[in-house]
Design a protein. Structure first.
Ligand SMILES: [Zn+2]
Length: 148
């Protein structure tokens, strides 16, 4: 009877065994995100992203909530992010400092001017001010910020 748990575990790992789906789980560790936000953060087209989200939803890793026109995704349990993070820690140690630096590129940050949520990896501009790094979208917010 215990084998059924390993079977389910393997099915779960199989569904997660995709770089983009792992990236989705990683992004959702900080909380709920809209499909449009994830498209921007992952650099994926909606059709492609939807396929990944469908796989994660079917296996019970994410759930959805509709708010107005937007569909928001979140993890069904924080342990999905934790388990993934534990393996990432081992990989970072193996890959060294550069990989650790790259990992910071996937934190959800907010453009201080327009409030758009983005990741440093795909921000159009970044600007260091008072020992803090700020990230901006591509619509002139960095210029606005520098004027202030
Ligand atoms: Zn902006």
């Amino acid at each position: 009877m215990y084998q059924i748990v390993f079977k389910r575990h393997a099915e779960l790992m199989k569904a997660l065994a995709n770089p983009k789906r792992l990236e989705v789980v990683h992004l959702l560790r900080q909380g709920q995100l809209a499909v449009s936000e994830m498209e921007r953060m992952l650099g994926l087209r909606q059709a492609n992203l939807s396929q990944h989200l469908m796989v994660l939803r079917r296996i019970g890793v994410v759930n959805t909530e509709r708010r107005g026109k937007e569909i928001y995704y979140s993890l069904t349990h924080p342990n999905f992010a934790r388990a993934s993070e534990l393996m990432r820690v081992v990989l970072m140690q193996r890959l060294g400092g550069q990989a650790a630096k790259a990992a910071n590129q996937l934190t959800v940050v907010t453009d201080p001017v327009c409030g758009m949520r983005l990741t440093p990896a795909r921000a159009a501009h970044s600007y260091r001010f008072h020992a803090r790094q700020y990230y901006f979208c591509g619509t002139g917010c960095a210029k606005e910020f520098k004027k202030l």
